[in-house]
Design a protein around this ligand. Structure first.
Ligand SMILES: Cc1cc2nc3c(=O)[nH]c(=O)nc-3n(C[C@H](O)[C@H](O)[C@H](O)COP(=O)(O)O)c2cc1C
Length: 320
């Protein structure tokens, strides 16, 4: 239905990618997105080899890629090796200088994807000739930086070579987002939050329902849960989450949280896994656009059909 540089280059039906959300994008979800004509990426996350092996097994015969958190993957070369041994549809890196990982994949003829948060990183990714640059806006769920997608995306398009494939990420959950991203210069979209609230995502149903119920106003970019969970993230990256009692208490007092970390980490860890007044639900502003948990295939189809309909009607804006 939609033809872009991305669908042509990767031989897929739809310009829709699944974000490699750590444990959430397991083999079943990635396979479902690929089977629906999109591009599924399993979450290699922080570089857990066992998790990766399980995900590839679950993906079965469907062709899926794998995405890593760059700075963490660089501490776990064995996990990267294990992922590459599966000859993934692509290796994606995000959050840090991923040149070494990109070069490692290129040597094996494995397509490469680099998710960027700034224009400077767009240039860095282009310099190593990645196949796909994913431009992530601050609306996105999970870790990211401060730039909004509506300027960063067209600026990336302007900075890139004519044939560079660029995908948009952050706040996209339906056909409107996909159509707008194409107009801003993208070749397709990468969605995370929308697929988190899908039947195949790995995670408690209560978290999926929380996403369906939440409003974007309640999300925030914060350091609180990295500190509470002892995740060793470089300070410049914040994580967009659905705010709760725990973040209400500490978001404006991260130093206070750090000063009392032993006690507060114990509080966090002692909470029930589905107690989302304390436990984090990682999700982006796109929660505004999500009201139900759906099968991944329906999400892909609805998004593409919605975009095609809008693009078809776009001539209506032109005066005769
Ligand atoms: C629950 C969750 C976990 C995420 N985990 C990762 C991750 O492990 N690696 C990564 O590169 N990006 C991760 N992301 C960010 C996505 O790659 C992507 O930029 C984001 O989901 C796009 O914005 P959206 O959530 O509004 O669709 C995560 C996002 C979410 C919502």
């Amino acid at each position: 239905m939609l033809k872009t540089r991305f669908t042509e280059r990767f031989g897929v039906e739809h310009p829709v990618m699944l974000a490699p959300m750590d444990k959430i994008s397991g083999g079943a979800l990635a396979a479902a997105v690929t089977a629906a004509g999109g591009f599924g990426l399993i979450g290699g996350g922080y570089g857990d080899r066992e998790l990766i092996e399980t995900a590839f097994t679950e993906a079965g015969n469907q062709r899926v890629g794998v995405g890593f958190i760059t700075w963490s993957a660089q501490r776990h070369p064995e996990a990267v090796e294990a992922a590459l041994a599966h000859n993934p549809a692509a290796l994606m890196v995000s959050f840090g200088d991923g040149e070494d990982l990109v070069v490692q994949a290129q040597a094996l003829d494995i397509p490469t994807i680099w998710q960027v948060q700034t224009l400077a990183q767009v240039r860095q990714a282009m310099a190593v000739k990645v196949d796909v640059i994913v431009v992530q806006g601050q609306e996105a769920g999970g870790h990211g930086m401060d730039r909004g997608l509506t300027t960063l995306l067209p600026a990336a398009r302007d900075a890139a070579e004519q044939d560079q494939i660029i995908m948009a990420a952050g706040g996209i959950a339906d056909g409107r987002g996909l159509a707008a991203a194409l107009m801003l210069g993208a070749d397709g979209v990468m969605m995370g939050t929308r697929f988190w609230a899908s039947a195949e995502a790995n995670g408690p149903d209560a978290a999926k329902q929380a996403i369906a119920a939440a409003e974007g106003d309640r999300t925030l970019r914060s350091k609180v849960f990295d500190v509470a969970r002892d995740a060793d993230w470089p300070w410049k990256y914040t994580g967009r989450v659905v705010g709760n009692d725990f973040s209400d208490k500490w978001h404006r007092d991260v130093e206070g949280l750090q000063a009392d970390i032993e006690v507060q980490r114990a509080v966090y860890n002692a909470s029930a896994e589905d107690d989302f007044s304390t436990r984090v639900v990682i999700a982006g502003e796109a929660v505004d656009l999500i009201t139900s948990v759906e099968p991944a295939a329906k999400i892909v189809t609805d998004t593409v059909e919605g975009a095609a309909k809008l693009l078809n009607g776009a001539k209506g804006y032109l005066s005769a």
